[in-house]
Design a protein. Structure first.
Length: 238
């Protein structure tokens, strides 16, 4: 049976509470009703600004002959510093990473730079592969006055709207962690740790408001106690 949808995208308008964001929430509710009618019981979503999951390589060869996606921080720094040329980007990387980007950039031809750019904007839900660098720069400006605290309030506002409907429809919502679980492109991230989840779970205290326990994302931070999260939040891990 098909029980889980991953993902039902949350629009940038909802995340920033701009434009027709209230209409977008109404449309989200309609989609929830349609999914419930089809027998779906769990809806996974995320609240990552601008980019969804982010990788620098989409098909990295593995020893067994298969392939896997890869995130390389040095490659991402090359994109941020030298391809996107984001103002203030140099403040977000250590001197060691900054030094490594120079060598990495020297090894890249134009085709490699284009491939890197395309890989980074390829995050689900999949429509981002048409973005240009100017598109990304324009989207970044929409978060100029939104910090992590403000973005967290926006997700609480969003959940306060949709969780009552989820309860009525007997749906469970679960938010995927930031992937990777730290700030990219100077954007706020609000689902990168257990404390992040705890704040939102307590703010909208309903069994319909839950967690997607992606250990591949949260496990990047060695300080995250995954077994402890299961013990403390197991009833909210959907």
């Amino acid at each position: 049976t098909w029980d889980v949808v991953e993902s039902m995208p949350v629009s940038e308008a909802i995340k920033t509470q701009s434009g027709q964001w209230r209409d977008h929430i109404a449309a989200y509710k309609t989609s929830m009703e349609n999914l419930a009618r089809c027998g779906i019981s769990v809806i996974c979503y995320n609240f990552m600004p601008v980019l969804d999951w982010t990788r620098t390589v989409l098909r990295h060869p593995q020893r067994h002959g298969g392939s896997a996606m890869l995130f390389d921080l040095v490659d991402f720094a090359v994109f941020d510093l030298h391809i996107l040329q984001r103002p203030g980007a140099a403040d977000d990387f250590t001197p060691e990473i900054m030094a490594m980007t120079k060598d990495r950039l020297a090894q890249m031809d134009e085709a490699a730079k284009t491939a890197l750019q395309n890989n980074i904007v390829a995050g689900l839900p999949g429509a981002n592969d048409t973005w240009t660098l100017d598109d990304i720069r324009a989207l970044l400006t929409t978060y100029r006055d939104i910090d992590a605290g403000q973005l967290r309030q926006h997700v609480v506002d969003f959940l306060s709207e949709i969780v009552p409907l989820a309860e009525k429809l007997e749906l469970r919502l679960c938010c995927h962690p930031d992937d990777p679980p730290f700030s990219l492109l100077g954007l706020p991230r609000i689902f990168s740790s257990e404390a992040d989840y705890a704040a939102v779970m307590k703010a909208v205290d309903s069994s319909a408001n839950g967690i997607t326990l992606c250990t591949g994302s949260l496990g990047v931070d060695g300080n995250v106690d995954i077994p402890g999260m299961v013990q403390r939040w197991g009833d909210r891990i959907h």
